[in-house]
Design a protein around this ligand. Structure first.
Ligand SMILES: CC(C)(COP(=O)(O)OP(=O)(O)OC[C@H]1O[C@@H](n2cnc3c(N)ncnc32)[C@H](O)[C@@H]1OP(=O)(O)O)[C@@H](O)C(=O)NCCC(=O)NCCS
Length: 137
C-alpha cells in the first residue's frame, strides 16, 4: 500500500492545483488555499489527489471536487480524503456534510460506499442530472 498523508494544501501547491483542477481559476484557488478549503493526499512522490470544498447555504460543508489521480485509485486515497474532511467538519461543530455527482459519473457509487445518501437532484440543461448526496456525521 502507498504511504501518504492527508493535509491542507499549502501555498506551494498552487501551481500543481492550477494545472490539475480545471474547474476553478487561479484567483479562486489561491483564496481557497488561504481559507484551508483544499485538502491533498501527499506521498514522497507528490500529490496523489485532492478534495476542494465550500459551505452550501453558507452553512453545510459541501465537497465540490474530489479527484484521485488515475494511477492511485482504489488504494484508499479517496476515502482517506473524505474521512479527514468529515472529521475536521465534525470538530468544527457540523452535523452533516454534502456533495453531488453527475448521474453518469461512477463517483456516485464511491460516495454511497462511504456512507452518503441520495437527498435530491438538480437539472441544469444541458448537463446530465446532478445527484445531491448527504451524510450525517
Ligand atoms: C471516486 C474516486 C475519488 C475514488 O477514489 P479512490 O481512491 O479510488 O477510492 P478508495 O480506494 O478510497 O475506495 C473506497 C471504496 O469505494 C469503492 N470505490 C472506489 N471507486 C469506486 C467507483 N468508481 N465505483 C464504485 N465503488 C468505488 C472502493 O472499491 C472502496 O470500497 P471497499 O472499501 O469495499 O474496498 C476516484 O475514483 C476518482 O478520482 N474518480 C474520478 C473523479 C470523480 O468521480 N470524483 C467524484 C465525484 S466529484
Amino acid at each position: 500500500m502507498d504511504q501518504f498523508a492527508i493535509e491542507f494544501a499549502l501555498k506551494a501547491d498552487l501551481e500543481w492545483l492550477v494545472r490539475h483542477d480545471k474547474h476553478v481559476d487561479r484567483a479562486i484557488l489561491e483564496k481557497k488555499l488561504i481559507r484551508q478549503e483544499v485538502l491533498v493526499a501527499r506521498s514522497n512522490d507528490g500529490i496523489m489527489g485532492w478534495l476542494r470544498y465550500s459551505l452550501f447555504w453558507d452553512s453545510i460543508p459541501f465537497i465540490n471536487m474530489l479527484v484521485v489521480l488515475e494511477n492511485h485509485r482504489r488504494r484508499t486515497v479517496g476515502s482517506s480524503l473524505v474521512q479527514y474532511f468529515e472529521a475536521h467538519m465534525k470538530e468544527q461543530g457540523h452535523s452533516r456534510v454534502m456533495t453531488s455527482t453527475q448521474s453518469d459519473e461512477s463517483g456516485q457509487h464511491f460516495f454511497r460506499k462511504v456512507g452518503y445518501e441520495d437527498v435530491g437532484s438538480l437539472l441544469l440543461p444541458p448537463e446530465p442530472l446532478e445527484i445531491m448526496l448527504m451524510k450525517r456525521l
